[in-house]
Write a protein that binds this ligand. Sequence first.
Ligand code: ATP
Ligand code: MG
Length: 199
Amino acid sequence: MNDRDTRHQQAMQKLKAHVDGKVAAATEQRGLLLVFTGNGKGKTTAAWGTVTRALGYGYRVGVVQFIKGMWECGERERLVEDPNLEVAIMATGFTWDTQNREADTAACRKVWVEAERMLADPEVYLVVLDELTYMLKFGYLDIETVKRAIENRPPEQTVIITGRNAHRELTAMADTVTEMQEVRHAFNAGVQARRGIDY
Ligand code: ATP
Ligand code: MG
């Protein structure tokens, strides 16, 4: 072994000891709260990726879509046939341009009832609250209501919240917070959102 190989082997041994130590220290088993936020692309994609993971082991999953419901969504098309997946969509045509606060609030509260039911059901292993952050931002839902439902959920249940500008109380509560950072986005160069890639 030359010097470089020896140094590499020593570094790898050190790394292994470090990782083994961390693995040994992680003994707690419980459901998690994950927040995927930031301006970069990938928040909803990551949530659906995790949904696929959970379904892959036969767990029950609930997804609540708080804005994009009326929009197409490839993952939903593909996974909705799985009997372990339930999807609740904010109906009544919520869009950015309804400009109707009362109607939007009502639509939000209606689908939140479904979210609360999922968050109270110990049979549901994973609950995704996609784009929930905007509901808090617009004041359609209040943070205390959301916090209470999340805090009182079954201990084995994991929750994923997606959306930009996550409320600071949500990130404070979360076990895992990932901020997607936009380095560049094609949209800003005038490229249209692409079917099967962006939705
Ligand atoms: P995705 O659904 O692709 O994972 P996302 O959930 O992180 O994206 P949202 O803020 O929910 O992003 O945006 C929804 C739509 O806008 C998607 O079609 C997404 O590809 C696109 N998008 C995401 N980030 C940006 C951005 N920085 N600029 C323009 N469009 C974006
Ligand atoms: Mg999204």
